[in-house]
Write a protein that binds this ligand. Structure first.
Ligand SMILES: C=C(O[C@H]1C=CC=C(C(=O)O)[C@@H]1O)C(=O)O
Length: 495
């Protein structure tokens, strides 16, 4: 996959974002137009006002939005491409449950973008407003537990305020949902109040908060004892050898709790800062739903659609990083040559290629012998791309791709059944699509790996491994520990 390199604007001396204001008259005109469309169609209409803004550091902006609308924020960056979407509040949200979640989400999204009143968007911008963000759960047939309260099977949010960095442009969008009988002056006052709250947050924000090292004050325990998890891997290996399935991705969870004598609580902004520093090639994401925030640093793109071009990646097959360059290269070469890992990887490549044929012209794969090198692990990676056929949005593609054999297994249904019956873990949104979609149906969703659900004083972290006939339970356990390190480090654990 090709990444665009954009010069770092801060290092070029561009002044950072200090204030955001919208022209009241322009806002009133947009609201009036939305109101007359709402009357005409007898339904709610989105008014979206866009404005270019000064360069901002995503990580500095997020705490301001958290302060502005607590409990309802989103953060998404891919530092290597200088892409960022940071938003707060919900002008509208599409919450779905059950097997029809993707189609219902697509219908809700389509209805909201239809007849929307857009003003102020730069003519050369590559995204189409309004923009939504959200995610989906791993498995609609898995019973949900209180842990994932606030995270439905499908959720797409039209934020009240969204800052974005894309293709070298920095913008802010304000979204307002206008009903047929709404009072325009009330919308104006509320929008003004939101902007004032944001300005106050921006003025009081300090970038000099010191990072807390939590290593000595965190208790970490396995949700399922390590021995039991290794036994489970052994059982699955035997079931695979007996021909029940080809591959099953098994996950484990750990609970991290701050010791009672510690006064401080977990701070998502600090977690995101650490994740961004340590995982510049990954997608760093957070979605705050009330008191809990689902956060992570995932290397895996599920799908990106940009100007009709679709790209995805097969990511499966893992080895540790070496302690020096030579050892690292040797481990990488062994990974590339490993029949076990190649088998695990090829099942993902084949499934992605086959699925994309339904949506794309000219499905092509890049070099199959690529390694992605991350902080603690290296993976086999194959980029896959195609030209999206007309009439499809990213939501239809996700509906068919998720779960890929990199997070579910093969065959899909029997491996999912094995996970449901044997894993004994509420995966919630772990290993599921998370990302954004624009009004044209383009956007980007990642697979929410290397992630965890962060509360005020505790966190539940997740990691999984692809199990095949040749898997060794101890090696898989060690691999899962390396994957968990991403979030443990994000939490401030420095061991
Ligand atoms: C399921 C996870 O990783 C997947 C992605 C890359 C490599 C994987 C592996 O080698 O097992 C997994 O398929 C996880 O990180 O929780």
């Amino acid at each position: 996959m090709k990444f665009m390199v954009v010069a770092n604007r801060e290092s070029m001396g561009t002044p950072p974002l200090r204030s955001v204001s919208f022209d009241q008259e322009q806002l009133r005109v947009s609201l009036q137009e939305a109101s007359s469309r709402a009357l005409h169609y007898q339904r709610n209409i989105v008014a979206c006002l866009v404005k270019p803004v000064e360069y901002f550091q995503p990580i500095n902006l997020f705490p301001c939005l958290q302060q502005c609308i607590p409990g309802d924020c989103f953060f998404w960056t891919q530092p290597s491409t200088q892409t960022a979407f940071i938003g707060c509040g919900s002008a509208a949200q599409i919450e779905t449950w059950g097997a029809t979640r993707f189609t219902e989400t697509a219908t809700g999204w389509q209805t909201l973008v239809e007849h929307a009143v857009i003003s102020g968007a730069p003519s050369d911008t590559q995204v189409r407003f309004p923009l939504f963000y959200g995610g989906f759960s791993f498995d609609v047939l898995q019973p949900t537990t209180p842990l994932w309260e606030g995270f439905p099977h499908g959720l797409l949010i039209l934020p009240q305020m969204l800052f974005l960095q894309e293709a070298g442009q920095t913008m802010v969008a304000i979204n307002i949902l206008v009903g047929p009988d709404d009072d325009i002056e009330l919308h104006l006052t509320q929008t003004q109040a939101l902007l004032e709250r944001f300005q106050a947050a921006l003025d009081s924000h300090s970038t000099r908060k010191s990072m807390i090292n939590f290593s000595q004050c965190m208790a970490i325990h396995d949700l399922r004892p390590a021995n039991e998890w290794r036994e489970l891997v052994g059982n699955i290996v035997r079931q695979i050898q007996a021909g029940l399935y080809q591959k099953v991705v098994l996950a484990r969870g750990v609970q991290v709790t701050l010791n009672p004598q510690i006064q401080a609580s977990l701070d998502v902004s600090q977690i995101l800062t650490r994740l961004t520093r340590s995982n510049p090639g990954s997608y760093i994401f957070a979605i705050q739903r009330g008191g809990r925030c689902f956060t992570g640093a995932t290397p895996e793109c599920l799908v990106r659609i940009h100007e009709g071009q679709l790209s995805t990646m097969a990511l499966a097959g893992t080895a540790p990083r070496g302690t020096n360059e030579l050892e690292d290269e040797q481990i990488g070469a062994e990974l590339l040559a490993s029949a076990k890992n190649q088998g695990e990887h090829h099942s993902v490549v084949a499934m992605l290629q086959e699925t994309l044929l339904q949506f794309c012209r000219q499905v092509r794969s890049g070099d199959q012998r690529q390694l992605i090198k991350l902080k603690n692990v290296q993976h086999l990676m194959t980029p896959i791309m195609g030209e999206l056929l007309a009439g499809y949005s990213i939501l239809e593609v996700i509906a068919h791709l998720h779960p890929t054999p990199a997070v579910g297994g093969l065959p899909r249904q029997t491996s999912l059944q094995a996970i449901r019956e044997q894993e004994a873990l509420d995966r919630g949104w772990y290993a599921s699509p998370i990302g954004w979609i624009d009004a044209g149906g383009g956007g980007e969703f990642a697979v929410a790996l290397r992630s965890g659900l962060i509360g005020e004083r505790d966190a539940t972290l997740f990691a999984g491994c692809g199990i095949v006939a040749a898997s060794d339970p101890e090696s898989e356990y060690v691999e899962s520990c390396l994957k968990l390190k991403v979030m443990l480090h994000g939490l401030g654990w420095e061991n």
